[in-house]
Design a protein around this ligand. Sequence first.
Ligand SMILES: [Fe+2]
Length: 463
Amino acid sequence: MIIKSSLHLLGLVLNLAVVCNGGITSPFVRKAEKTVDMPYESDAFQVPHGYNAPQQVHITQGDHKGKAMIVSWVTVDEKGSSKVLFWSEGQKKRMAEGKAKTYTYHDYTSGYIHHCTIRNLEYNTKYYYVVGIGHTERLFWFVTPPEVGPDVTYTFGLMGDLGQTFDSNSTLTHYEENPLKGQTVLNLGDLSYADNHPNHDNVKWDTFGRFIERSAAYQPWIWTAGNHEIDYAPEIGEYKPFKPYTHRYNVPHKASGSPAPFFYSIKRASAYIIVLSSYTAYGKYTPQYQWLEQELPKVNRSETSWLIVLLHSPWYNSYNYHYMEGESMRVMFELWFVQHKVDVVFAGHVHAYERSERVSNIAYNIENGKCSPVVKDQSAPVYITIGDGGNIEGLATNMREPQPDYSAYREASFGHAIFDIKNRTHAFYSWHRNDDGVAVKADSMWFFNRYHHPVDDSTSSQS
Ligand SMILES: [Fe+2]
């Protein structure tokens, strides 16, 4: 009798554990080490040799469908040429001309920042390009994406909150060496962390640009604005938000009818990518709200199967850092995401990793008394926080306990992720912590497309 009662009690306790706890909190223990910026003289920040040599070269998609590229770089000795010479194997060389500008920030004056859009590119083609014409020329290359289509295979890399520390370098190296070979980076915002230094030391924007060149000059990085891009500092006379970011990082927002560079969309291969701004007004009647309201119905899933959203401040986050900061934006837009069957939402901001179940919080309203409003919802996106690029602020290690039901997997380690689209129904997603070998997947999941194959793909239902 006593044994039976004990077993009954044990059963209750175990059931309670299942009911109260969400997914997996990784027990992985990483080495606790100080996160510091790499020194100015680091190889990662090397200034290219030669008079007026272009530096901080980076590219991003330059139109809505992947047939143009924006090439950006900085010259410091003099303005020099804003022209880009480009060609593909066996084709005649073409020239495009961009523009250069400078900006001042407190006591800092930038170099000449050039942006040049090269257009009418062929799909799925390797292009070479040269910048620095007339002074020190530098040669780079990139491969254009395949033509947009529902079953096109394509591999995206994901990094957020990168910064420029030794850990940031480890994250970027790990991404570059990943055998899954990302073809385009989706960056979730918070780039240089210049604003963590006195007077928002804009030299840090330059070193960050030189740091990422080894990847960003050869494959496009798709940019999302984070809070460290705001650089609003009235105490030093800087009143224009996003000044360094918008001067340095151009995006093709006009191609998607967006009035501002903080929210826009692109099609790339089989993906439709919508970038939103957590730090640009999104309340009803605002430009971002109106743009997104018109944008979502335009997505044709027969053309682009996968609907991916990038934003900085996560909506579902179970760390005690930035907890519920994304809540007001979730309230505005979550219903639309469910209605339009967004496959996945990637965010940064929290310096750790977390993957959610497919959940929504749209059943609740202030009258209906539904006290547990977060429910499993197969029309909802998976929410992934990947703010673990390795910046100077260190890891977010403090989690809410018990792990909420919406949280499928969480771990406070630096890393990057890969979203590998196979066809219109399947994509393989994996997260790679820096502490492992490059081929190791610390967390992974087969995504089933919400439009073409909307069956339960949760890892908890598969286990
Ligand atoms: Fe952030």
